[in-house]
Design a protein around this ligand. Structure first.
Ligand code: ADP
Ligand code: MN
Ligand code: MN
Ligand code: MN
Length: 337
């Protein structure tokens, strides 16, 4: 008898990496080991030297196929040297955790996204060639006039739970057709693996419902919210005392740091971080308690408890979670070392 393993990896698409997958049929009892693919078709190699190696790093049940079938998140490697492929961002996160991992980082990511009509590319809930009423009633809304695509959300959440991912919630967002799910809190590598797997499942749910999922940072210009990936982060010290919380927030504003982080926080970030729509401007750094107009928010409850975590509100929906956790582990790890 056989079972199927869906190998999943991140590609070399510019400016934003995409998720790719292919199916391997394995004999029962065989482990899903090293495999490979044609990197010349994913912007990861030249045609003359096209093999890229896939190395499994995280496996879980495949909720689409059920039974003994699994999903396998992979890192990519160069075939000759077995060095990490240049597009292997998870390897960079691993290197930073070798230095600062003993601080016991936890991450909780809020992945926002927009559902589009695959033909017109217009967001779900936007009338053809027109606009819905202004923002206000849609966030966490209920009812057919406010909510579009809930069947996709429910399908996706069920699959994430069945896969064993650490999904912690979902909500309808401020713009019609825009939604969010959260993964975490878990360690830096796991949150990256699970965000990519959850994105894969989301695209698959979209296939079933004829919905194109977009991670674009600002899918609609004008008075419509963009889509982010707020990143909540703590270390053991931050979970124990407030001084460490403040120190972590301050470290993100140190000279050179805001620019370095913004550069890794996703494509089109200037369009989204305008200072409007619950954002701070991309070229300004600020932090504050309860402040959803700041770059970094210290939640009210964290201030109250005198310990906890901070929320970096800057990452885009289309950011690579491995890059975001690497940057935050490096900057905060260095400051709290
Ligand atoms: P918001 O109020 O910004 O919408 P959410 O409820 O959507 O917040 O998301 C908060 C996220 O913070 C969740 O993913 C949760 O797992 C995560 N979180 C909670 N506590 C911690 C912690 N100590 N360290 C890191 N992340 C945390
Ligand atoms: Mn949220
Ligand atoms: Mn949100
Ligand atoms: Mn948030």
């Amino acid at each position: 008898m056989t079972y199927r393993a869906e190998y999943i990896w991140t590609d070399g698409t510019e400016p934003t990496a995409e998720v790719r997958s292919k199916t391997r049929v394995l004999a029962d009892g065989d482990e899903p080991g090293i495999w490979g693919f044609d990197g010349s078709s994913t912007n990861q190699a030249e045609g003359s030297d096209s093999d890229v190696v896939l190395k499994p790093v995280y496996t879980c049940p495949d909720p689409l196929r059920g039974g003994n079938d699994i999903m396998v998140m992979c890192e990519t490697f160069l075939p000759e040297t077995m060095e990490p492929h240049p597009t292997n961002m998870r390897a960079k996160t691993r290197a930073i955790l070798d230095k600062y991992g003993d601080q016991d980082f936890w991450f909780g990511l809020e992945q926002e996204y927009t559902m589009l009509d695959p033909v017109t590319k217009w967001p779900s809930g936007f009338p053809p060639n027109g606009f819905p009423g202004p923002q206000g009633p849609y966030y966490c809304g209920v009812g057919a006039l406010r909510i579009h695509g809930r069947d996709v959300v429910e399908q996706h959440t069920t699959w994430c739970i069945e896969a064993g991912l650490n999904i912690s919630g979902t909500n309808a967002e401020v713009m019609p057709g825009q939604w969010e799910f959260q993964i975490g809190p878990v360690d830096a590598l796991t949150v990256g693996d699970e965000i990519w797997l959850a994105r894969y499942l989301l695209y698959r749910a979209g296939e079933d419902h004829e919905i194109e999922v977009s991670l674009a940072a600002k899918p609609m210009q004008g008075d419509w919210n963009g889509a982010g990936m707020h990143t909540n982060v703590s270390t053991r010290a931050m979970r124990e005392n407030y001084d460490a919380v403040v120190k972590a927030a301050e470290s993100l504003g140190a000279p050179g740091k805001p620019e370095e982080h913004i550069a890794g926080y996703g494509h089109g970030i200037e369009l989204r971080l305008t200072g409007e729509h619950e954002t701070e401007r991309y070229d300004t750094f600020s932090f504050g308690v309860s402040d959803r107009g700041a770059s970094v928010r210290i939640p009210w409850q964290v201030h109250q408890d005198g310990k906890g975590y901070i929320e970096d509100r800057r990452p885009n929906a289309n950011a690579d979670p491995y890059v975001v956790t690497a940057l935050l582990s490096q900057t905060i790890g260095e400051a709290l070392a």
